[in-house]
Design a protein around this ligand. Structure first.
Ligand code: ATP
Ligand code: MG
Length: 252
């Protein structure tokens, strides 16, 4: 979204380059004792919808954290539209302009209302308070929470909080939406609602989605599935999309 001057890296496109790519990426902890990721190569094209699956501790969150610059590789490079992204400031600009993130534990500010939480994502774009609040209320309407927008988030259910988090994540119309077990803390009914919402968002033509999940039914609804084991990609396949809304049997 052109809420402000676009980030040069987000706009720079070298034609055939994937939206985001990992090239020979490793992430080592504790002086080499732990390899969260080992020499991973991954390309994600604009508009793709990728499920990342794997056992607990296999490296899924590590991968997502590298895709948005919350963490950095020990070796290898992360490329955005074919260009290496280097340094905190470049990543911060990219996140502000082009990346939305949804976490399992919502990561909302508990003392603020739903509206204020979403509004936070709209600071720094040169919008007046009135425009920020107007846009935040439209976003909350989009996730079905307009009636609760003035409620403090601690008074909302888990599913409602996750919908606030999704509204916040899409506030700047990100090119890339990263969701790390977004239904992992929800009961099955709310997990299904949140999953439906995420897939509906995909209808936005420019939204690329990377979805970490333990829920195979949810993963099967993504056109592409990447499986990680012990820090390495062991499977990368294209699925047939399941069109019907899923009866989400469990959390992610
Ligand atoms: N900051 C860190 N310091 C040390 N080890 C870490 C750190 N971050 C991750 N790890 C380790 O790296 C491995 C991969 O962790 P990661 O969080 O990516 O797994 P995951 O696949 O997301 O697991 P889960 O499904 O339980 O969320 C694990 O063994 C984890 O303990
Ligand atoms: Mg994880």
């Amino acid at each position: 979204m052109n809420l402000n001057s676009p980030d040069p890296q987000s706009e720079k496109s070298s034609g055939a380059a994937p939206l985001v790519a990992l090239r020979g990426v490793s992430r080592i902890h504790d002086g080499g004792a732990i390899a969260a990721l080992r020499n991973v190569d991954l390309e994600i094209e604009a508009g793709d919808c990728v499920a990342i699956v794997g056992a607990s501790g296999s490296g899924k969150s590590s991968l997502v954290n590298l895709l948005c610059g919350i963490d950095y590789p020990s070796a290898g490079a992360v490329l955005w539209n074919g260009q290496p992204v280097r340094g905190q400031a470049a990543w911060a600009r990219l996140r502000r302009a082009s990346i939305g993130i949804v976490f399992q534990e919502f990561n909302l500010i508990p003392t603020l209302t739903a509206l204020e939480n979403v509004e936070l994502a709209l600071f720094g774009h040169g919008l007046s308070s009135r425009r920020r609040l107007g846009r935040a209320s439209i976003l909350l309407d989009r996730v079905g929470l307009e009636p609760r927008m003035h409620s403090r988030v601690t008074t909302l259910s888990g599913g409602e909080r996750q919908r606030v988090a999704i509204a916040r994540a899409i506030a700047n119309e990100p090119t890339l939406l990263l969701a790390d077990e977004p239904t992992g803390s929800l009961d099955s009914a709310n997990a299904a609602l949140v999953a439906e919402l995420l897939f509906k968002l995909r209808e936005h033509p420019k939204m690329t989605i990377v979805l970490v999940t333990h829920n195979e039914a949810l993963a099967a609804r993504c056109p592409r599935l990447v499986r990680i084991k012990d820090g390495s990609i062991v499977e990368d396949v294209r699925n047939a999309i399941v069109a019907a809304p899923m009866a989400c049997e469990s959390a992610s």
